[in-house]
Design a protein around this ligand. Structure first.
Ligand SMILES: [Fe+2]
Length: 242
């Protein structure tokens, strides 16, 4: 593994190497093929909205122009995963902090920290969806109000984890994926939809008391009926951290 690799603080498109383009293409094609019948329709529609394809590593400037038309959201480069206060403050301001570097070919299936395949491929498309972003922005605003209270921040991080990162959505008799942590991982997508993991009904009180681990595949997922269910739960979320 190349530990000396740069973690840029801004996207300089001409710095991407041939290997970066190959990594993007391989991961994009593999996950899109795999996810077609497993991911929420909203994600597939959103991929079109943001204009992603296998040939081009997304250019943040162009992505932001497209997001601006849909929801007024944008992505902003960070070198590594942002601290909670920075992360939530950006959300409250309709901004998602994202890395702009890609894993190398020899770590294609395993990565210790999120790269842009996770942050951009998996997180960014749904920033074009109004109901999804209404919830996401409100979560940031609620967190910002309690940012000096670590216990309350923890509750909101759990909410983030079990929705935006690892959420499932019910579609008729089927479960579909909308969480970015699942979308960017083939192993997690298989596991999340299999009988090997527990599925629970979306319940903010339960979620906000549910500790999680970041270093393992999840054993429990929460299932929403629709993105509107997320926004409808906001008053209860506010009460729980009041
Ligand atoms: Fe993420």
């Amino acid at each position: 593994m190349d530990n000396s690799r740069k973690r840029p603080t801004e996207q300089i498109y001409s710095d991407y190497t041939q290997e970066d383009f190959e990594v993007w293409k391989l991961l994009y094609n593999r996950q899109m093929n795999f996810l077609t019948d497993k991911v929420a329709d909203e994600f597939i529609e959103a991929i079109d909205q943001v204009g992603f394809n296998s040939e081009e590593i997304p250019n943040f400037e162009k992505v932001n122009q497209r997001l601006d038309v849909c929801t007024g959201w944008k992505i902003k480069t960070v070198p590594n995963i942002a601290d909670a206060d920075v992360f939530f403050e950006n959300l409250a301001n309709k901004t998602f902090t994202a890395t702009c570097w890609l894993r190398s070919m020899d770590e294609i299936d395993y990565l210790e920290e999120p790269d842009m395949f996770h942050d951009v491929f998996a997180h960014t498309p749904l920033l074009s969806n109004e109901a999804y972003t209404d919830f996401f922005q409100a979560m940031g605003a609620i967190a910002l109000n309690v940012i000096d209270d670590p216990a309350k921040v923890k509750m909101l991080q759990r909410l983030y984890w079990f929705t935006i990162e690892f959420g499932l959505i019910q579609r008729g008799d089927d479960l579909k994926i909308y969480g970015a942590g699942i979308i960017s991982s083939k192993g997690e997508s298989e596991h999340a939809l299999s009988d090997a993991s527990e599925k629970r009904t979306y319940d903010v009180e339960q979620i906000m008391a549910h500790d999680f681990r970041t270093d393992i595949i999840q054993d429990t997922y929460y299932v929403i009926e629709s993105f509107d269910e997320l926004t409808s739960s906001l008053p209860r979320i506010k009460e729980l951290v009041a």
